[in-house]
Design a protein around this ligand. Structure first.
Ligand code: PEP
Ligand code: MN
Length: 338
């Protein structure tokens, strides 16, 4: 349920609602909007009489949320969420341009890629230090050493960074170096991990599970949001279908579907979706034209030597060309680079 507070409700009033809801065995999360404060309450609300909360000081109105997405739903928050990280905006009219290596391999490779990415107009640097590999015999990432390199590259080129966290035990460590946590496709339903990043106060990019429905994806986002972290960015990265000419199938229609259901920003990752450098520019442009709030792509100065996902990495030249075209489309549809 949503407890909408009066315009003139005090901090003590909000605290009073939170305390009472907890006494009733419920889970309250306050949301501070631009001109209103609400407390979203989840738990066994059917068992309580709303009177217990309605009569508290500062409470204006109580409404039940019928959507399964209590926090992610547009019914709870009609306006688009704009996630802001170190001055970069993602959501609403702001389109995030994110690129970098699939994996941080060496300082030289990461710095070189960061420079290319920055010069092309990207504002966020990606790079994996903990890599979720299909086989345990592949390169698993540099771990903390990789986080250090990525964070140094972000500082040198003045870009916030996004990197994957694979394990709840690493959330604290990754948080020391990253600006945005990435939850990979294989972990979309790792609920303990979602809860842990939900307790952090840094944005989370939640990739769609490779066999996840949109409903399951938004419910996964609820695990983060209901733990208090409202800065969730969804990332459509392709789903597994019977088609094997591409690595996955990029579900462009997920963009308008998600945007109707939810206020959360949604970006697309055509690198992991198609696995094919020749397809990536078209899918980047299609994603932006379809209303995506951002794109994320893998870039490598020497893909044939890459330790992870080399065959899908864009070379600097096609990447630069693609970025120019992407910016034309962003402008043409009345949006801005975030
Ligand atoms: C990645 O972005 O590096 C990655 C592993 O992506 P996904 O989880 O979508 O496969
Ligand atoms: Mn990859």
């Amino acid at each position: 349920m949503i407890i909408l507070m009066h315009d003139n409700a005090s901090g003590n009033d909000v605290e009073g609602v939170i305390i009472r809801a907890k006494e009733l065995g419920l889970k309250p999360v306050p949301l501070y909007g631009e001109d209103q404060i609400m407390v979203v309450v989840t738990g066994e609300i059917d068992k309580i009489d709303p009177e217990h909360l309605e009569s508290l000081p500062g409470v204006l109105q109580i409404t039940r949320i019928t959507s399964p997405f209590k926090f992610a739903s547009r019914a709870t928050k009609p306006e688009d969420t704009i996630v802001e990280v170190r001055g970069v905006k993602i959501g609403g009219a702001y389109v995030a341009l994110i690129a970098g290596p699939c994996a941080v391999e060496t300082e030289e490779q990461t710095m070189m890629t960061a420079e290319i990415v920055k010069k092309a107009g990207c504002r966020i640097l990606r790079g994996g230090a903990f890599k979720p590999r299909t086989t345990p015999y592949s390169f698993q990432g540099l771990g903390e050493a990789g986080l250090k390199i990525l964070s140094a590259a972000g500082d040198r080129y003045d870009m916030p960074v996004v990197t994957e966290v694979l394990d709840p035990r690493d959330v604290e460590l990754v948080s020391q170096y990253t600006d945005i946590f990435q939850i990979g496709t294989r972990n979309m339903q790792n609920f303990r991990l979602l809860e842990e990043v939900g307790k952090m106060r840094k944005p989370v990019m939640l990739k769609r599970g490779l066999a996840g429905t949109i409903k399951e994806w938004l419910l996964a986002a609820e695990y983060i949001l209901s733990n208090g972290n409202q800065d969730v960015i969804l990332c459509e990265r392709g789903i597994r279908t019977y088609e094997d000419m591409t690595r996955n199938t990029l579900d462009i229609s997920a963009i308008p579907v998600v945007q109707e259901l939810s206020h959360l920003p949604i970006i697309v990752d055509p690198s992991h979706a198609t696995g094919k450098p020749n397809c990536i520019p078209s899918m980047v442009k299609a994603g932006i034209a379809a209303g995506a709030n951002g794109i994320m792509v893998d870039v490598h100065p020497n893909p044939s030597a890459a330790l992870c996902d080399g065959p899908q990495a864009l070379l600097p030249d096609p990447f630069n060309k693609m970025m120019k075209e992407a910016q034309v489309i962003i402008k043409a549809i009345g949006k801005k680079v975030g």
